[in-house]
Write a new protein. Structure first.
Length: 238
């Protein structure tokens, strides 16, 4: 039987201004009907109209090198992108497009979300420290939540691993927002890829596939817009 009430606290909060590029940690996030405000607002598009990603699907195409790039949100609200060894460039701009095209070896441009949604599946991605600890034990060392690109990491010291999957179909209050957990997050090869400060590791997806159906974390949708802050309690609602 699920335990209602407090199930954890917010320990990390992330936004990814450009899909499949590095994310930005924040002390607070605004949640709206779409998800985290500004999350995946832009994406890298190839000349074929496909969206740059770590995998290939109907909408997306794998573009190796995107994860090597960092993004930031400036004080005036400008989003910048920085390719390895380069200076921050505003997005969208011809300069940013040229730098990314040179890195990827093909013509690309950064566009705002329009007809094609930039989210893979869910608008909001949640992880618990209990689940991350479970994976760290199997890998024999600590693992960064950043590798899995969550929006919210919850500190859950008393919960068993994968407890968030038991919340599917249930609602959580985080800060002033209410969200509904919709489904487990199925992982792809992207979790193995190198990122700034993180080396490639082919063991990760293999362990997840062998021991937990390639799932790690959950997706959620926003039912009541609001704001969450680091340290806010996460409450499972009746």
């Amino acid at each position: 039987m699920l335990q209602l009430g407090a199930v954890g606290t917010v320990t990390e909060a992330w936004r990814y201004p450009i899909k499949s590029l590095g994310g930005c940690p924040h002390p607070a996030l605004v949640l709206d009907a779409r998800g985290v405000e500004g999350d995946r607002a832009f994406a890298v598009y190839g000349a074929d109209g496909k969206i740059g990603s770590g995998k290939s699907t109907r909408r997306f195409r794998r573009m190796d090198g995107l994860l090597e790039c960092s993004t930031s949100l400036e004080a005036d609200g400008t989003i910048t992108v920085c390719v390895p060894g380069g200076a921050p460039l505003p997005v969208p701009s011809p300069e940013a497009d040229a730098a990314l095209s040179a890195l990827l070896g093909e013509p690309v441009d950064v566009r705002p979300e329009a007809a094609l949604a930039h989210f893979d599946v869910g608008a909001l991605h949640l992880l618990t420290t209990s689940t991350l600890g479970w994976l760290a034990e199997r890998l024999g060392g600590p693992i960064s939540a950043a590798r899995f690109r969550p929006n919210v990491v919850m500190h859950t010291p008393e919960a068993p691993p994968h407890s968030e999957e038991g919340w599917v179909g249930r609602r959580l209050r985080i800060g002033t927002a209410i969200i509904e957990v919709t489904e487990p997050t199925e992982r792809c090869v992207m979790v193995n890829l190198a990122q700034p400060g993180l080396a490639s590791d082919e063991r990760i997806l293999r362990v997840l596939a062998q021991e937990h159906d390639a799932h790690l974390g959950v997706y959620a949708s926003v039912m009541q817009p609001g704001t969450l802050h680091l340290g806010d309690p996460v409450e499972l609602l009746p």
